[in-house]
Design a binder for this molecule. Sequence first.
Ligand code: PSU
Ligand code: MN
Length: 305
Amino acid sequence: MTTAQHPAAPQLTGEISEALRRREPVVALETTLVSHGFSAGRGLRVALESEERVRAAGAVPATIGVLDGVIRVGLTSAELERFAAAGTSARKVGGRDLAAAVIQGAIGSTTVGGTLAVCRLAGIRFMGTGGIGGVHRGFAESLDVSADLPQLARTQAMVVCSGPKSILDVSATSELLETLGIPVIGWRTSTLPRFYTGAGGPPVSATVADAVEAARIADAHWQINADCGLILGRPPTMSLDVEALITEAVDRVRAEGVTGQAVTPAVLATVEELTRGLSVEVNRRLIADNAALAAEVAVAYASSG
Ligand code: PSU
Ligand code: MN
C-alpha cells in the first residue's frame, strides 16, 4: 500500500484544498450532530445554518463525514441530507472507527474526535461544534470518557464549543482537560460553559475578550506545543437551566441499559422529550453561533500571517 493516494486519504473539495493551500480560513464541522444530535432529519437545517454562518464570517466551511467508502471534507447539501436522513442508523465515527467505515463503505458521521482526526490529516486548525464530549456521570463504574478529549490532546486545532455537554460530569471533564494539557479558553467568561447553561461551571484557564486574542493564544500554544489542541468555550446566548431534567434523562437512559456510543444520543433525545423540544432550540442556536465564532477566530489567525 504505497500508492500516492491511499483509499483512506481524505478527499477535499477544490474550494477547501485551495483555501488551505493559500492559508485562508477554513472551519471544520462535524456530522454526528447532524445525524444523531437531532431527531426527524432536523440536523440538516443545523448543518446548513452552521455552514452559512461560517461563510458570512469570511471562512470556508468544511463539513466532514464518511460516504461511500471515502473520508469527505466538504459536503453538498444533498450529501448532508443523507446524514440527516440516516439518523442513528449512520455509524457514529470517532478516530478509531474511520478505517472500518471507509473499508466497509458505511455512512460514517464523525464525532468531534473523528472530525479532529481528519483535521489533523487535512491541516485544518479550527472547528465549531455544540458541546464537546467528556467524562460521563457515573464514570467510576462505567469508565465512559469521550474519545473527543484524547483526540483533542493530540490534534493541532482549536475547538469552539459551549463547553462539555451538561449531561456529563462537567467538573471531572474540566479536571481531565487540565491533565491532558488542553487550554480551556473562556470567550468573555471566566467559567467553563455547560452547554445548555452558560454559568456555574468550573474556572477556565484563561479568558479572552476578542477573536484576535483567541487566535494569538492558539498560535502561541502551537509554537510551544505543536500537537495539542485548545478549547474556546462560548456561553450559549439562550440559556436553559434544566439540571433536574438532565438527571432524570441520565437515570432513565442508564436504567434502559444503554451503553457506549449510544449513551450521548439517547440522553440528548430524552432531554429533548422532557423539555418538549426547548433543548433542541437552544442546541441549534449555540451550534450555529459557535460555528460563526470559530470562523471569526480562523479569519483572525489567517490574517495575522
Ligand atoms: N454536541 C451536540 N450534539 C451532539 C454531539 C455534540 O450538540 O450530538 C456529539 C458530538 O459529535 C460529540 C459526541 O463528539 O456527541 C460525543 O459522544 P461520546 O460522548 O459518545 O463521545
Ligand atoms: Mn462514550
